[in-house]
Unconditional design. Structure first.
Length: 165
């Protein structure tokens, strides 16, 4: 037998028979305190997700009732807490756009950084850019929206009509 193999087997056997302190620590079950802490973290995360979903729903209701200011405030609060909450950003961009607020563009761009294949964000950004005279980039986003969702007639027709101009 190879000398190194024998030495390795002897070391492994010794460690297994005598117990390796490092190995014992990784094999020990979680303490009650660790388990409680994990559960508390999970409960907080679950609460935050539910709160944000409820607040998003409330903001949608405000938006439908044409309470633009309240919808914007609620959506801004969500986005400030969770910058990666794409649904809130999309709706916030729509609310801002309805008020001709230029920051709508930055929210749509943030959405596309998080989800580059989101057709509705490409479409909205394309329309926004077209409205500000940035026709070339608008065409790119509208074309991308139509490419991502070829069955969507609105995306396709918008892309085609801008390509003709």
């Amino acid at each position: 037998m190879n000398g190194r193999l024998v030495v390795s087997l002897v070391c492994l056997s010794t460690a297994l028979l005598t117990g390796c302190a490092g190995w014992k620590q990784t094999l020990q079950p979680k303490t009650a305190m660790e388990t409680r802490e994990e559960r508390a973290k999970e409960a907080v995360q679950d609460f935050e997700e539910r709160r944000d979903a409820a607040q998003l729903e409330a903001a949608v209701d405000r938006w439908k009732q044409q309470d633009v200011g309240r919808a914007e405030a609620m959506l801004s609060a969500i986005v400030n807490r969770r910058p990666d909450y794409v649904e809130a950003r999309v709706l916030l961009a729509e609310v801002l756009w309805s008020r001709n607020d230029a920051s709508a563009e930055s929210h749509l761009r943030a959405v596309l950084e998080l989800q580059p294949n989101r057709a509705d964000a490409h479409h909205a950004l394309g329309l926004l850019l077209d409205g500000t005279g940035q026709a070339e980039e608008a065409r790119q986003h509208l074309s991308k929206a139509a490419e991502l969702e070829p069955a969507n007639e609105v995306y396709r027709e918008t892309s085609e009509s801008l390509a003709v101009r």
